[in-house]
Design a protein around this ligand. Sequence first.
Ligand code: ADP
Ligand code: MG
Length: 442
Amino acid sequence: MPLLELRHVTQVYGTPPRQFTAIEDINLTISEGEFVVLVGPSGCGKSTLLRIITGLQRPTSGEVLYRGAPLTGVNPHATIVFQTFALFPWLTVQENVEVALKARGVPPRLCAQRAIELLDRVGLDGFENAYPRELSGGMRQKVGFARAMAVEPELLCLDEPFSALDVLSAEALRGELLELWTRGQIPTRAILMVTHNIEEAVFMADRIVVMEKNPGRVLADLRIELPHPRSRKARGFLETADRVYALLAGQTQPEPIELGAALSEPGRPRTLPDISLNKLASLLEHLAEMPQARADLYRLPEELAISSDALLSLTDAAELLGFVTVAHGDIELTPLGLAFAEASIQARKEIFSSRIRRLPLFSWLLEMLWAAENHQVPRAVVLEALESKFHREEAERQLEIAVTWGRYAELIAYDDSTQTISLDPTGISALVQSELAKALQK
Ligand code: ADP
Ligand code: MG
């Protein structure tokens, strides 16, 4: 019998008419002895899933079974370690761990001794009497781990536990956790960890569950057979990382590009990724310097000094704009991407402008501005319209990205004092020209 089983779990947030499905029909089992890692773009519902699994939240529909029995309320056999662990600032390190032991009913005379043992195990020997504020982020997170282990959970859930740490502390703590786990030094029967660091996933996992978003679904469930301790340079490691990247970045499918495709059409428009346009340019320039204008996705975070999550968003954007293609863990510049990388500042703006005008969200926005009096529309009106397709937070983000991209492309302008979006004069002439071209073709 699996330790944990999710059957058709779906989570819908919000109330009609502004509802959206955060995760949909998730089926997942975790057995004793497994270290399962969940990866996926931000917003795909990873944290939601952990809250459901630990019983902090009831799903909209579907079942959660723990050792075969339906879970009702908080699961006493599971614990979550969050990205930044909340320690009690007025208690010492040791007292912070003792709190968890006392809550479990461990006799007070044993608490101190157990707490010291646990702190020793995570490498905090000698810091028992320090206060949280005296510790580095990495050490505070270790106290968090010691406290989670004090609970002796059968199922240890970790939500991006290393992402707030500096590189060295993260690496040390990963090693310590793996050692405790592989040597069976903790009573934990299974670990479920969320991360958006793919190397971390391949380094630690027995299974990697890859999720996609909008709505959050399981895309793949990969068994990782590499023996521990794993070397990041081993071929099997690199191949696995490539596979996960390829799954996350998606295999390139030509975007159906339709001028005038409006948001009122059925289906959800593809969302604009939240990226830095400078970093996008750096990525394209970097690829332009590679042999055959192609690179291994896996190596790029290090080469560009960005996180793997940021790389995925950049890849998504570059693909959406037709600047790159992605397949089998490789990324390759298209002729257009190469042209962009080699163009002057002004020519880049023009290429960018011609591309974003084809995206449904922009063509809709431009049409709206084109039709409006003085070619301007209050931000609130655009936002309201977007909220019919996105939930509020996402609508605001999409609008912000659209304004940033539109400004860079000199298609649209935004006046902060009046909160009005308008067509840029350059944008007007670009549109007039394309209208003319259309008319001439008829
Ligand atoms: P992840 O951890 O993968 O980044 P989350 O589970 O935090 O994803 O969120 C998934 C989606 O659900 C996001 O779009 C987020 O904005 C939304 N969401 C999360 N929690 C709530 C909530 N309590 N109410 C409404 N929306 C939520
Ligand atoms: Mg999260």
